[in-house]
Design a protein around this ligand. Structure first.
Ligand SMILES: Cc1cc2nc3c(=O)[nH]c(=O)nc-3n(C[C@H](O)[C@H](O)[C@H](O)COP(=O)(O)O)c2cc1C
Length: 183
């Protein structure tokens, strides 16, 4: 499979990246896949300006010329898209939301046949973000898998290192294996 990983956290290598890493470990153990990583915080991706030139242009191209072009190319060829993000104020990070908005230009071709694995790390809640992905998945015929990992202990009110989340890390690994076997 062709796999792209959209890393939403500005904290490279931390919770959501670690969760994504476990999914990729499961994938790698059960198949040969080409994986491309996009650390969106490090990329020059400007926000959608709502011009809708993508809607009217014959090729449905985005009018903004920036690093999103690299993601467009990779996304088109991807079988599996991994969205890995911490929750920031009830949604994915602004960096990843910017990428999501710019996907408008791809929506005209549709997303049929793509699988999305959406991985959240969070302290208190993730459903608001998960529900948006769940709402659009049937419309776009996306095979959606959502996995969330709470990196916070409400009893002690302390952050948990992701390494303590053994159940969720194992779920991510198992999901990777399952997606590899299905793909
Ligand atoms: C600015 C900011 C906003 C946050 N907002 C939320 C939130 O709305 N809901 C929540 O459950 N956690 C929230 N968190 C906690 C992070 O989602 C959580 O610590 C996550 O595991 C960090 O993942 P990372 O290590 O991949 O960056 C927030 C953290 C930051 C820094």
């Amino acid at each position: 499979m062709n796999v792209i990983v959209l890393h939403g956290s500005p904290r490279k290598g931390m919770n959501s990246d670690t969760l994504a890493g476990e999914l990729l470990r499961g994938l790698a153990e059960t198949g040969d896949h080409e994986v491309k990583h996009f650390y969106v915080n490090e990329m020059n991706i400007r926000p959608c300006r709502g011009c809708l030139i993508c809607a009217s242009s014959p090729t449905h191209s985005c009018a903004i010329d920036d690093d999103m072009g690299i993601i467009y190319d990779a996304y088109r060829g991807a079988d599996l898209v991994v969205w890995a993000s911490p929750m920031y104020w009830g949604y994915i990070t602004a960096q990843l939301k910017t990428v999501q908005d710019r996907m408008e230009a791809l929506a005209f071709e549709g997303f049929d046949g793509k699988t999305s694995a959406v991985l959240f790390t969070y302290n208190h809640h993730y459903e608001s973000a998960a529900n948006m992905f769940r709402r659009i998945a049937p419309h776009f015929h996306i095979d959606l898998h959502v996995l969330a990992c709470r990196t916070y202990d409400p009893e002690t009110k302390a952050s948990l290192p992701i390494e303590a989340c053994t159940k969720e890390l194992s779920e991510a690994y198992t999901l990777g294996r399952k997606l590899s076997e299905a793909g």
